[in-house]
Design a protein around this ligand. Structure first.
Ligand code: DGT
Ligand code: CA
Ligand code: CA
Length: 576
């Protein structure tokens, strides 16, 4: 059925015609739009219509006049439409993908094409990453951010949403439910509770006797776009942010069992159910039961694990990756927590591509409960980020000295850089400058296109320089934007151990790099990690929680995370 293809072509023709709007083309634009709309809504196959009665039959379709019927005939016969091809030649831009992004019309797409050469979503991603969009007339920082967000949502994550976008929404729903007075308790379950890096849908549980009132309230929340399915115990809605959300209303007597069940993961549940069966029990979302139906535990999640002979398992570990046995042996590690973090070793200021001054960044960190940050601006070869040279850093650090003096020990700024690891593994600042810094964070920012062996060697060469303290975002992936470059994480971890380089867990929600499984692999060595926000503005310290969540998914204890150390101990650790 070619209906959809044709509708998209006509939509795109309309987009392209609208770029140079004159009186006649405005009329044409509307004609193509109407045709697109009507054809996409057509139940019958447009090819059948044509076969049945030629262009005359086509013209009976609402919105299809003589000209458009001719185009359809041309397309069905030749697979092309000359008018479309000519316009595409003039505007070689993937409008159909670009205009699907929120707030992006044909005119904006063409403005981006003219100013920055943006032809498709991939180009736009690059432009957004390089912060080129915000400088254009009619765009600005806000619109750049919303473009970035809609790109992430539109593709790449396979319909899944970043935890960093999904979890705050879930928490806001939970807060609203708790504030309604209609529920005794409410919490986020599912993959969001497990802090998975992306979330397929939200699962919220509410404790209440009267399901109907809760569901009525839920369906009317401002963040809800429409209700997909409504019942007294389960309601599914489409949220405006582009995610579906299940709300389940649970009776108090089975709340713990429901929390355990709907937190998942499915694999963890299957494993726990097997343990129940082995003990002659039955486990489901209503409780843990004897085979005769008598209830053993159901109100409290901890009780269910206890009655299964298991230690309570932190949600982040519930992936059936070995946590079941640890829980049976009562050897679940004490995982690192957000409140354990005392500092942040990777932050930026407006001197390069950040948004705030060093003073503002330090003040916000202090407010976020941190005792120290390393200020780590980009280095000279990273031109898109206005990277600084040796002199630039020297000048910039005067500010750090002055602020440290002012803070008088209440807070400390460590002097550092996010130094580019160049193609040959050398670092992008001279060795003396780097030696004079407290915290050198090395990272790959360009020339990703290498074999695994080459990339691994490049990064190890950089670590072997003895000048690096932290390896930033070790695999370079940006969720939904680009995959990790090929690299052997085990070999990197070996080099990190040898050189006492900290492996970063970059907390930025689209990075989360290292990820959970890489952390587990690296942690087999005697290496330490650093959970860093990579903050580019004062609000970004809030992202640290996602880094902590990822560290917990990688089973890390506080003792493995360098920035849980008080300043003096951290400084000793960083000394080469
Ligand atoms: P998602 O939504 O893809 O990010 O991942 P989850 O883990 O949130 O999965 P979801 O929303 O399908 O279901 C929520 C939880 O409910 C899941 O983690 C475990 C539980 N669950 C769902 N389906 C099954 C099942 O067939 N068997 C068992 N044992 N548990 C299930
Ligand atoms: Ca889910
Ligand atoms: Ca679900």
């Amino acid at each position: 059925m070619k209906n959809k293809e044709l509708a998209e072509i006509f939509e795109e023709i309309a987009d392209m015609l609208s770029i140079d709007e004159t009186k006649t083309s405005r009329f044409e634009v509307r004609a193509y739009q109407a045709a697109a709309l009507n054809i996409s809504g057509l139940q019958e196959d447009i090819e059948d219509i044509y076969r049945r009665g030629g262009t005359k039959a086509l013209m009976e379709v609402p919105g299809v006049g003589k000209g458009i019927a001719g185009h359809i005939e041309e397309y069905l016969k030749t697979g092309r439409i000359k008018k479309y091809d000519a316009l595409k030649k003039k505007y070689p831009v993937d409008f159909s993908a670009l205009t699907k992004l929120e707030g992006m019309g044909a005119k904006k797409a063409i403005a981006l094409y003219r100013a920055l050469g943006v032809r498709n979503v991939a180009d736009l991603e690059k432009a957004v990453e390089a912060h080129k969009v915000r400088t254009l007339e009619g765009f600005g920082e806000k619109s750049e951010e919303s473009i970035a967000k809609s790109i992430r949502l539109a593709e790449g994550t396979g319909g899944r949403m970043l935890l960093g976008d999904a979890l705050p929404e879930a928490e806001s729903i939970v807060r609203t439910l708790l504030g309604s007075g209609l529920v005794g308790d409410a919490l986020v379950a599912g993959s969001a509770r497990r802090m998975r890096e992306t979330v397929g849908d939200l699962d919220i549980l509410a404790l209440a006797e009267n399901g109907k009132a809760v569901m009525d309230f839920f369906g009317k929340l401002p963040m809800v776009e429409r209700t997909i399915l409504k019942g007294p115990t389960k309601t599914t809605v489409q949220l405006k942010i582009g995610l579906t959300c299940d709300l389940r209303v649970i009776k108090p007597e089975s709340f713990g069992a429901a929390v355990q069940y709907f937190t998942g993961s499915k694999a963890h549940n299957i494993a726990t159910r097997k343990i129940a069966i082995a003990r002659g029990y039955k486990l489901n979302e209503y409780g843990l039961f004897h085979r005769n139906g008598k209830i053993i535990a159901s109100k409290d999640e901890h009780e269910i694990y206890a009655k299964l002979g298991m230690e309570w398992v932190p949600p982040e570990m519930r992936e059936d990756r070995g946590e079941i046995r640890l829980a049976q042996e009562h050897k679940i590690p004490t995982l690192v927590e957000l409140k354990d973090l005392q500092g942040d070793l990777h932050t930026h200021t407006k001197e390069t591509d950040g948004m705030n001054t060093l003073e503002e960044m330090a003040g916000a960190a202090l407010k976020a409960g941190l005792k120290y940050i390393a200020t780590t601006n980009h280095t000279k070869s990273l031109r898109v980020a206005r990277g600084m040279d040796e002199k630039g850093f020297a000048k910039f650090f005067v500010q750090a000295d002055a602020l440290n003096k002012k803070y008088d020990g209440r807070f400390t700024i460590l002097k550092g850089a996010e130094v580019d690891i160049l193609k040959d593994g050398s670092l992008d600042l001279d060795a003396n400058t780097l030696k004079g810094m407290d915290c050198v964070v090395g990272g790959v920012h360009s020339a990703f296109n290498m074999s695994e062996a080459e990339m691994t060697k490049r990064i190890i060469t950089a670590m072997d320089s003895g000048l690096m303290h932290v390896l930033a975002h070790p695999t370079g992936r940006v969720i939904g934007v680009r995959d990790a470059y090929p690299v052997n994480v085990g070999d990197l971890a070996d080099a990190a151990e040898r050189n006492r380089v900290l492996l970063e867990i970059n907390a930025y929600p689209s990075r989360l790099d290292l990820n959970d499984t890489n952390i587990m692999e690296a942690a087999k060595r005697n290496v330490m990690f650093s959970i860093d926000s990579d903050a580019h503005n004062t609000t970004h310290y809030a992202m640290l929680r996602y880094g902590v969540g990822t560290a917990r998914r990688g089973w890390l204890e506080k003792g493995r995370v360098a920035n849980t150390l008080p300043l003096e101990k951290l400084k000793r650790l960083l000394q080469k």
